[in-house]
Ligand binder design. Structure first.
Ligand code: PLP
Length: 499
């Protein structure tokens, strides 16, 4: 088979295989690993539509992870997409109000990051064995909510790994926080940080670049890696479900083979929508990629003006996983639209680091013509939850509602009636207070979280997911709160404590 190499968005001289890219997570000089070319779809669309989720995962992932044997990859896939998912379809497609919702929240933490984080630990330990370093892998993660729990649940008690998760103390929902601080596992550490998500993420990035820290950890038999959405092992599994959605649309006669669809993605770190862009570049018939933001609409402004500017007020919204001003994965898109030039990309990323902004050229902007940026205010997000429920009985979470409200704006702006798929990224049960507050305003401002969950179940006729039930009475195991300047110490204390 034709081996696919990976290079760095900031150093084109680098050329490594998929396994090494998965183990390393982030490149030495701060760049992200990207495939040197995007492979084409391995089968016809109708051929792909016949496959179940696991079979399709293998067909797509083998194109990107060329160093893995068939047996290795299939074993990773089997261990990831099993009964941990509460729907045999893994990513079922639901229709509501004439639009399709791709439900990516049937995994163990009822949010879309499970789609990738249930397989990443297996890809990583398989890759580490191939690379033969002998070190334990230490996952360092900054989370705005969902990644943290999904990574903890994916890595807990996976042999040869440790996982350390930092979350912004006041920047995640009560349920998200509870999910994290109750996490079991002999290899997990969770800390709340006095700061916002960008503070957490920047500190983690600095730790990855800190050679002294790396040497210290190396001496203790540890090697850092990242489970954040910058890891190529996160991105590749996410390509699968867009192709799966297309197959489901074909199977139910909603599109003819080859007919274009739109994909709408509620966006934070730009990983999920980048996966859709890769699917399109593999040959999936996609007309528009609609990037939906909440009030932190840095991406909306970017797609409109060609200027990325993070110097702005930061809002805490009802869709906390999208409260992000630096969308890390955008760097991969920037790299691709500057003709895969690490030099030009590095210059823009330097401007971002130093001035907090950069502008792309008109030629680069032309290459973004299939993207549309839209955003929804808090009010529009709540109204969309309420109106969709009223019209169809279908309940969506605030992140999905940002996408749905954005899509409504897109439709009324363009009159485009192309069949559209909205990535539905979290179960409404994870955000009961906001969801109920939108559907029955004023009634739930001070109910206890679990009462709200029961009420939501009653109202929507959907059973409370097992993941929620599990944490109801679980004891709090993680109480560490740290200043953002001290995150490095927390890491060395946990790993090397007694030594
Ligand atoms: C992480 C997350 C997003 C944003 O996805 P990105 O890949 O970071 O753009 C949206 N919704 C939910 C519920 C999430 O957890």
């Amino acid at each position: 088979m034709n081996r696919l190499s990976y290079t760095s968005t900031r150093d084109n001289t680098l050329k490594i295989g998929a396994a090494e890219a998965v183990v390393r997570g982030l490149s030495q000089e701060g760049g992200l690993f990207v495939p040197e070319r995007i492979p084409g779809l391995p089968l016809s669309l109708s051929g792909l539509a016949k496959l179940n989720y696991k079979e399709l995962s293998y067909e797509i992932m083998k194109e990107f992870l060329t160093g893995f044997t068939e047996e290795e990859l299939k074993s990773c896939i089997d261990r990831a997409y099993d009964e941990k998912f509460d729907d045999p379809a893994i990513a079922p497609l639901k229709e509501a109000g004439g639009t399709y919702y791709l439900e990516l929240f049937h995994g163990p933490t009822i949010a879309f990051k499970d789609m990738a984080l249930s397989i990443l630990p297996h890809l990583m330990t398989t890759a580490a064995k191939k690379e033969g370093t002998g070190n334990d892998i230490v996952i360092l993660t900054a989370t705005s909510g969902d990644t943290g729990k999904a990574a903890l649940s994916g890595f807990a008690d996976v042999e040869g790994t440790r996982i350390i998760v930092f979350f912004p103390k006041d920047g995640v929902s009560p349920i998200q926080k509870r999910q994290m601080v109750t996490q079991k596992g002999s290899n997990v550490f969770v800390a709340a940080v006095e700061g916002n998500f960008d503070d957490c993420q920047s500190a983690v990035k600095r730790m990855f670049a800190d050679t002294a820290l790396k040497e210290k950890a190396g001496a203790g038999g540890f090697q850092f890696s990242s489970a954040n959405s910058i890891n190529i092992g996160r991105l590749v599994p996410q390509i699968v479900y867009y192709i799966y959605a297309y197959g489901q649309l074909m199977n139910r006669g909603a599109v003819r083979e080859g007919e274009e669809i739109n994909i709408v993605v509620p966006t934070g770190n730009f990983g999920n929508i980048l996966a859709a862009y890769y699917a399109k570049n593999m040959g999936l018939p996609v007309k528009r990629l609609i990037c939906a933001s909440n009030e932190n609409k840095v991406l909306y402004d970017f797609f409109r003006d060609g200027v990325y500017d993070k110097n702005r007020k930061f809002f805490l919204t009802s869709s906390p996983s999208m409260d992000i001003l630096i969308s890390s994965n955008l760097e991969r898109l920037i790299y691709h639209i500057c003709s895969d030039s690490a030099e030009r990309n590095s210059e823009l990323m330097r401007q971002l680091a130093e001035e907090g902004k950069y502008a792309i050229t008109p030629q680069m902007k032309e290459l973004l013509k299939d993207f549309r940026g839209y955003y929804a205010s808090e009010e529009e997000t709540g109204s969309r939850i309420a109106s969709l429920f009223k019209e169809t009985g279908y309940v969506i979470d605030p992140h999905t509602a940002v996408a749905s409200a954005s899509y409504e704006k897109y439709k009324s702006d363009t009159g485009d009636s192309t069949v559209s798929v909205i990535a539905s990224t979290a179960s409404p049960f994870k955000f009961s207070r906001s969801v109920l507050g939108a559907i029955e305003p004023g009634r739930y401002s001070d109910g206890a979280d679990f009462e709200l969950i029961d009420r939501l179940s009653e109202l929507s006729g959907v059973a409370v997911p097992p993941a929620i039930d599990e944490i109801r009475n679980a004891p709090v195991l993680h109480k560490c709160v740290c200043e953002k300047e001290r995150m490095g110490e927390v890491v060395t204390d946990y790993l090397l404590g007694g030594r």
